[in-house]
Ligand binder design. Structure first.
Ligand code: SF4
Length: 251
């Protein structure tokens, strides 16, 4: 089984924001929101010397995604298909779900209630509810550009990065470039309290990695607003279209 992931090579990133701009253009992300971002960190003293770096981030397509767990939308049966082998698997899922064949975390926009509970629950602040859609605003985040992958292309941010600081691939394939970075020591942004298996990893020198982990690793699991979850659950009978079977690859 695949687990798509991304490596961010801090030594290569030049902070040009081309990845963030490409993502906004590809997916019509509102100007004040982001499916991905580049933050400037430092200059600051670290135990390894003065450091300044960039923090390119995105959804981590986690192994145990907090967003999937919290999603209050109705559960439906969904059939997933392995694009390579054609194998199929049926799972019960809410509106945000983890694909069992490629490990990506996706949003079923047709069934998303727009309650924002997933955005609240994500410790990486990787989701937003689209404000430009008014009361019908849906949750949105990085999808690893699955539609582009299906067409044989790389994610837009990877293709656009001239510095080749974003590297995409299957972490479970030992021959992939991303797996080689993991062997070289690329790290997960995890803390004792936040261990949900992020599949975006960061590679760099000790100074930059220290600065990144000290300033940007989430230290607590955020609590999703109970009010939002309750309101979404109460609204279900009004919103839902009825329990039905869906085929993910037909959407
Ligand atoms: Fe969900 Fe946040 Fe993990 Fe992405 S980073 S899978 S939105 S918990």
């Amino acid at each position: 089984m695949k687990q798509y992931g991304m490596i961010i090579d801090l030594e290569k990133c030049i902070g040009c924001h081309a990845c963030a701009v490409a993502c906004k253009a590809e997916w019509e992300v509102p100007a004040d929101q982001g499916r991905n971002w580049v933050k400037r960190l430092g200059p600051s003293n670290t135990p390894h010397g003065l450091a300044s770096t960039y923090y390119p981030g995105l959804c981590n397509h986690c192994d145990k995604p907090a967003c999937v767990e919290i999603c209050p939308a109705d559960i439906v049966e969904r059939t997933f298909k392995d694009q390579v082998t054609g194998r199929q698997k049926t799972l019960e899922v809410a509106a945000t779900l983890k694909d069992p064949f490629d490990g990506t975390v996706q949003i079923d926009k047709d069934r998303c209630l727009g309650c924002g509970a997933c955005a609240d629950a994500c410790p990486y602040e990787a989701r937003y509810v689209n404000p430009e859609q008014g009361e019908d605003g849906k949750a949105d985040k990085c999808t690893f550009c699955v539609e582009r992958l299906a067409a044989g292309l790389e994610p837009a941010c990877v293709q656009t990065c001239l510095a080749e600081a974003r590297i995409f691939g299957d972490l479970n394939d030992p021959e992939s470039a991303v797996a080689r970075y993991v062997k070289k020591g690329a790290i997960k942004m995890e803390s004792d309290a936040v261990k949900i298996g992020p599949n975006v990893r960061y590679f760099g020198n000790k100074r930059d990695i220290h600065l990144l982990t000290e300033t940007s690793t989430p230290m607590v699991m955020p609590e999703a607003s109970l009010r939002r979850v309750m309101l979404a659950r109460l609204a279900r009978p009004v919103i839902r279209k009825g329990k039905k079977k869906m085929t993910f690859f037909d959407l």
